[in-house]
Design a protein around this ligand. Structure first.
Ligand code: GLU
Length: 306
C-alpha cells in the first residue's frame, strides 16, 4: 500500500514492444527528474503483458539505452508477466463489481451510442454486456471467452478527479474498463494499478496520451484500498506533421543516432535543451539538471522532432 509519510517512489514503465525513441527517452528523463527532485526512489517496471507485440531482448536494450543517458533504477525491476498471482488476487477483491463482456473491438467501435467523455475526448464502453442475463451469458460463453469489466457505476455515472502537476485537477467519468482480457491475462489498467500499489509508487510521470486513463486508474486504486498517486502527464514528441513520433520518422532511437555520429551525451543535451534545461551544445549530466528542474516551467507543447 502507499506510504502516507515520507517520499515514496516514481517509476518508468516501458513496454518492450519497440526501441525507445527520443520521445520515450525524454519522458524517462522527466520521470527521473520528477522522482529525484522530490526525494523519491525511482523504479523500473517492464510492461510485457501484450504478448503478441513483446519482442525478446528488447527490455534489455531499453534498459541499456536508459543507462546510456545516465538513468539508473533503485531495487529490482518488476516484470509484469511474473505478477499473475497479484493480478488475480486483485480480481478476487473486485468480485461483485465486475461483469463478463463478449464484445469484439469492432463491435465496440461500431456501437453508435458510445458516450464521449468530455473534456478528455475518451470513448467509453457503450455498456452492451452490462446487463446480460445469466442465460445470455451462458449462450455467449459457448462461442467466445469473456473479458471481465469493471461495473464502474450502479445507476448514476461515477466521476473521479485526479491531480496532475501539469494539467491541474482533471475530472472524468469512470469507464467500465477491462480488468481481464478475454485471453485470461490482466488488462493494462488493472496491472498498472496493482503493480504501482505493490511498489509504493506515489508519483506517476508518463506521456499525456495516458491522461484519460488516469481517471480510471485512480478510481481503481481507491477501490483496491490505495491512495491515487500524484500524476504528471508530459507532452509527447511528434513529427513535423504533428503526429506522434515513431521509428519510421528517421534517426529517433539511440542506435539510429549513433549510426549518424550522435552519441548519448549529445542526445541528453538535445533532450535537456528541449526542456529549457541546457543550452544548445552544452554537455550535461542528469545530476546537473536536477537543480535546474522546475515542473512549473516545463514546456506544455509537444516536442516537434524535425
Ligand atoms: N507501458 C506504458 C507505455 O509504454 C506506460 C504505462 C504507464 O506509464 O502507466 O506506454
Amino acid at each position: 500500500m502507499n506510504s502516507t509519510d515520507g517520499p515514496g517512489a516514481g517509476r518508468y514503465a516501458p513496454s518492450p514492444t519497440g526501441e525507445l525513441h527520443l520521445g520515450n527517452l525524454r519522458t524517462a528523463v522527466l520521470a527521473w527528474l520528477f522522482a529525484r527532485s522530490s526525494g523519491r526512489a525511482f523504479l523500473l517496471r517492464i510492461e510485457d503483458l501484450d504478448t503478441g507485440r513483446v519482442r525478446p531482448g528488447l527490455a534489455e536494450r531499453q534498459v541499456a539505452d536508459l543507462a546510456a543517458l545516465g538513468i539508473g533504477f533503485d531495487g529490482v525491476p518488476v516484470v509484469q508477466s511474473e505478477r499473475t498471482a497479484a493480478h488475480e488476487a486483485a480480481l478476487d477483491a473486485l468480485a461483485g463489481r465486475t461483469y463478463e463482456c463478449f464484445c469484439t473491438r469492432r463491435e465496440i467501435a461500431d456501437a453508435a451510442s458510445a458516450p464521449h467523455d468530455e473534456p478528455l475526448g475518451y470513448r467509453r464502453y457503450p455498456g452492451t454486456c452490462r446487463d446480460l442475463t445469466e442465460g445470455e451469458r451462458q449462450t455467449r460463453r459457448a462461442t467466445r471467452a469473456p473479458a471481465l469489466r469493471l461495473r464502474a457505476s450502479a445507476g448514476a455515472e461515477t466521476t473521479t478527479t485526479i491531480h496532475d502537476l501539469l494539467h491541474g485537477e482533471v475530472t472524468g467519468v469512470v469507464d467500465d474498463i477491462v480488468l481481464r482480457r478475454n485471453d485470461g491475462v490482466a488488462a493494462y489498467n488493472l496491472a498498472v494499478v496493482v503493480d504501482d500499489l505493490a511498489s509504493g509508487i506515489d508519483q506517476v510521470v508518463r506521456g499525456d496520451d495516458l491522461l484519460a486513463s488516469a481517471v480510471n486508474q485512480a478510481h481503481l486504486t481507491t477501490l483496491l484500498g490505495g491512495r491515487p498517486p500524484t500524476y504528471a502527464h508530459v507532452p509527447l514528441a511528434v513529427n513535423t506533421a504533428g503526429r506522434r513520433l515513431a521509428k519510421r520518422d528517421g534517426a529517433v532511437t539511440l542506435a539510429d543516432l549513433a549510426a549518424v555520429g550522435v552519441e548519448p551525451p549529445q542526445v541528453l543535451t538535445r533532450i535537456a535543451a528541449s526542456l529549457d534545461l541546457a543550452g544548445p551544445g552544452e554537455i550535461v549530466t542528469l545530476e546537473d539538471l536536477l537543480p535546474r528542474f522546475d515542473p512549473a516551467r516545463l514546456p506544455r507543447e509537444p516536442w516537434v522532432i524535425g
